[in-house]
Design a protein around this ligand. Sequence first.
Ligand SMILES: C[S@@+](CC[C@H](N)C(=O)[O-])C[C@H]1O[C@@H](n2cnc3c(N)ncnc32)[C@H](O)[C@@H]1O
Length: 218
Amino acid sequence: MANKPPVTLEERGEGGDGRRYSPSIARNREAIRDALKAHLTLPARVLEIASGTGEHGAFFVDEMPGLDWTYSDIDGPSLESQRAWREASGSLRLNGPLEINAADANWGEAEQPETWDVIFSANMVHIAPFAAATGLIAGAGRLLKAGGMLVLYGPFARDSLIAPSNAAFDDSLKSRDARWGVRDLDRDLVPLVEKAGLRLDAVIQMPANNLTVIFRKV
Ligand SMILES: C[S@@+](CC[C@H](N)C(=O)[O-])C[C@H]1O[C@@H](n2cnc3c(N)ncnc32)[C@H](O)[C@@H]1O
């Protein structure tokens, strides 16, 4: 475990009860909540891929009655934090965590077609090898209900155009791991998404040159 590469770029806080805290989630959770509220039809069952600390799910379940949220990740310490957030929340609408590698062709317990209204993933596709993005999109095609949504949050390029802050971020990601990098929404992701039976539905500009992107299963 000591030799594993870090799964995040920021210093995370710990509260002593196993819950971890991410400074970036403290900054982005309200804006993502607003984007979700504007596009979700409740009740909805959400599978989160790469839940990290688990704060997004705990916050959104509190903010949106009718939302049922299942955590997942590949990283042991992140799974422990998600478990701690679920226990501290006490909400019966917070589930998991499931151990899921997005790159895998089979997501184990989550392989329940016609169950998931939404698959949500924040800040994973640029901080993981591209196979995680292809697996995530394939999973959305395989498991979402018709009309269901794949929701991604993070930095993206658009048709080869990239904000200067995201270009600098891309350089720093690649210097840490050559397989990481800010993805081009239109060139890298949309063709895969369309092949998986979804279409680009909405692109919502978020603070700090991030986007919330909504793909809908046709
Ligand atoms: C930067 S953190 C983002 C966590 C959280 N979603 C957030 O917004 O703070 C990236 C997360 O992706 C997870 N991850 C990386 N590769 C993955 C993969 N192939 N499948 C599932 N999760 C993965 C890491 O374990 C980590 O929790």
